[in-house]
Design a protein around this ligand. Structure first.
Ligand code: TIU
Length: 229
């Protein structure tokens, strides 16, 4: 089947059946809800809530189209052995990774706050990657998972635009993946960083990848669903 072109910046993005995965980055309670890691860094977490409805719609379309879906979660082992001291030291002096927060120990695997928000919860068969860093490739088996599945195209979503989304997109781009960042399905605590972060991806002829919104991506996924049926 021929690729379906998605209208994107800086040029149409080729959506290829069987070779495309949806990546949902760190849509965890600790980043989105008050009392978690995001707020401990001094951020207004309410800004990230706008990402949830369009991302839920995209997730539903991706599932209907039979795309591989990969969720990531940033966090650490309970003994913090995988958290570099430099990361641990940063942030607000009163609350750090591993400290008790409103939803359990902040950014610790197995805690309620570390898990994904209910609206975007993974379903059976979807991959969940636990990552200690900002990028989803560092310290994980994401490369092997994608290679085994024959994936070459990534639809990248999640939070935050300029931190984990950017780091993962850059890592993926350097590994040869074609990355489309879905603009209304990524979010930041900072409006300016979000806007410029998206510009940086598509600038210079698409230096790190492509950018399009759900109004462009969901119809293409629906076309994939119809064609495959
Ligand atoms: N602080 C911030 O903007 N982001 C993070 O710490 N992690 C992710 O982006 N997931």
């Amino acid at each position: 089947m021929n690729p379906i072109p998605i209208a994107a910046e800086p040029s149409p993005f080729p959506l290829i059946a069987g070779k495309t995965a949806l990546v949902v980055i760190d849509m965890q309670r600790d980043f989105l809800l008050p009392g978690g890691f995001g707020e401990s860094l001094g951020n207004d977490v309410a800004r990230l809530a706008t990402v949830v409805p369009p991302l839920a719609a995209l997730l539903a379309a991706a599932r209907s189209a039979g795309l591989m879906v990969i969720h990531t979660r940033e966090g650490h082992r309970p003994d913090l052995s995988d958290c570099p001291p430099a990361k641990l030291r940063r942030g607000a002096p009163t609350q750090r990774i591993g400290d008790p927060g409103a939803f359990g120990r902040i950014l610790i695997r197995g805690e309620y706050g570390h898990d994904i928000v209910d609206e975007l919860a993974p379903i059976d068969g979807e991959v969940v990657i636990d990552k200690p860093g900002k990028g989803a490739f560092y310290g994980t088996d994401l490369s092997e998972v994608l290679t085994d599945a024959g994936i070459t195209q990534l639809l990248i979503t999640g939070v935050t635009t300029e931190v984990c989304v950017h780091t993962t997109t850059r890592e993926a781009n350097d590994r040869g993946y074609e990355c489309l960042v879905v603009s209304d399905c990524v979010g930041s605590y900072f409006d300016d960083f979000h806007r410029v972060g998206l510009q940086m991806i598509a600038a210079q002829g698409g230096i790190f990848g492509w950018v399009a919104d759900t109004a462009a991506v969901i119809p293409a996924l629906q076309q994939l669903t119809t064609t495959a049926a």
